[in-house]
Ligand binder design. Structure first.
Ligand code: UDP
Length: 404
């Protein structure tokens, strides 16, 4: 959360966007909206809600955010669902369904009967839809992943729960599914004024790098920031880096922490550590949850940023990189394809070899890096910053509530 006010965004988003937010907020005054997700820190959803909810409040809505409680067993189940949504084969057992349902039952008290809108973020709180009671409020399921390759075993569990809502929101139109409810499309956004994205003073820059043990000068740095998750392909990043290093001196930083709702993080971190062991040019940097400024500074230090995800709902880490005017190499999958327009706002890479070639191209051509970075930043400013996102949200709410 940046603590910033709507007016603070005028210089970034333009006056018209902020004025439209105020007008829409007036129409929606007092409308209560309850967001439910499964972690307060770590990952894109928590990141978005931290910034979005206070601004919704400032716009006039009675917005609140609660986090459901789950056992390790429940988060193991929902991580399997997450992987299944991304197309990984998953065996869904009766025990898993029982655990999923039991967690929803236990968290039922989080629901507010009089909320005008309940938003269930991702599959973890979706089980609550089974306990929906009558009432005038609308329910929305907000899917933050790319569901195009969802395996039937998982989709068949989730689909009836989605059908119990009034509408579903996806990041992109190509994520539309065959569902009996209305579907809306809205990409997420970064908060340009948060600790993670705000401008950094030279003194802060220097002291954070010192704390992290990163050389402010020296060989160029290639960076990926992500949770330690196989779908972010940290192993592929290391392979690509090793190819680049054959031809030029450079360093790799893989930075990231876990999320409370991701039980696989520790195992993947150990796997990545093993791959990097003994290599003095690779730094594996686990970060605590509140490391916004550290991530900000690392992204500003990097010469090339990579997001080599195998699947990606949207990829806010890519948005953050572009916002810092950095040249980005990304897999053109899901939301990353919206962000990296190959050769214009970044470079696309579909394999380890392509990623290595694109990184080398950028390291060899500072002019290209600068042009891509500038275009990337402008691309984000127009489409993927918080005020634009809030305006899109309010437009949707006006539509749902018929308040014109
Ligand atoms: N993030 C973080 N610390 C970490 C790893 C990630 O704060 O150690 C943040 C990251 O900066 C970004 C968000 O979590 O804002 C990740 O969102 P993204 O859409 O890239 O991926 P997700 O983790 O939701 O799959």
């Amino acid at each position: 959360m940046s603590g910033a006010k709507l007016d603070d965004y005028i210089s970034l988003a333009g006056r018209e966007v902020v004025e439209e937010i105020r007008d829409l907020g007036e129409k929606l005054r007092g409308c209560s909206i309850l967001h439910i997700n499964s972690t307060a820190v770590g990952g894109g959803v928590a990141e978005i809600l931290c910034s979005l909810v206070p601004l919704m409040q400032e716009a006039g809505l009675a917005a609140s955010w609660v986090v459901l409680e789950g056992s390790p067993d429940f988060f193991h189940v929902t991580k399997q669902f997450h992987n299944g949504m991304h197309g990984r084969p998953v065996q869904v057992t009766g025990g898993m369904l029982e655990s999923y349902r039991a967690a929803a039952l236990k968290n039922r008290h989080l629901l507010k009967k009089d909320a005008d809108l309940v938003v269930l973020h991702d599959q973890q709180p979706l089980g609550l839809a089974a306990f929906r009671e009558g009432g005038a409020g609308r329910w929305l399921w907000y899917c933050h992943v790319d569901p195009q390759r969802a395996v039937p075993q998982v989709w068949e569990v989730l689909a009836p729960l989605i059908a119990a809502c009034d509408a579903a929101v996806f990041h992109l139109p190509e994520y539309a599914r065959d569902l009996p409810v209305l579907q809306y499309f809205m990409p997420p956004a970064i908060d340009p004024l948060s600790e993670k994205n705000r401008e950094v003073s030279p003194a802060e820059y220097k002291s954070v790098l010192e704390k992290l043990g990163v050389d402010p000068g020296g060989p160029p740095v290639i960076l990926q920031v992500s949770r330690f998750d196989r779908l972010k392909d940290p192993a592929g990043v290391i392979q690509a880096f090793k190819l680049v290093r054959k031809n030029r001196k450079c360093r790799l930083i893989l930075a990231g922490g876990g999320a409370d709702d991701d039980p696989e993080g520790t195992t993947v971190l150990e796997e990545v550590r093993a791959l990097a062991e003994g290599d003095p040019d690779i730094a594996i940097m686990p970060l605590p949850p509140a490391a916004g400024l550290e991530i900000n500074v690392l992204q500003r230090r990097a010469d090339v940023i990579v997001q080599k995800s195998l699947r990606e709902g949207f990829g806010l880490t890519a948005t953050e990189a572009l916002w810092k005017g950095k040249p980005l190499v990304a897999t053109p999958t899901g939301g990353l394809a919206q962000q990296v327009i190959d050769g214009i706002t970044g470079l696309a890479a579909r394999s380890v070899e392509e990623a290595a070639a694109q990184m080398e191209r950028l390291l060899a051509d500072p002019g290209l890096s600068r042009r891509l970075g500038e275009a990337g930043k402008e691309h984000v400013r127009r489409r993927f910053i918080l005020p634009v996102y809030l305006r899109n949200w309010l437009r949707l709410l006006v539509l749902l509530h018929g308040r014109h």
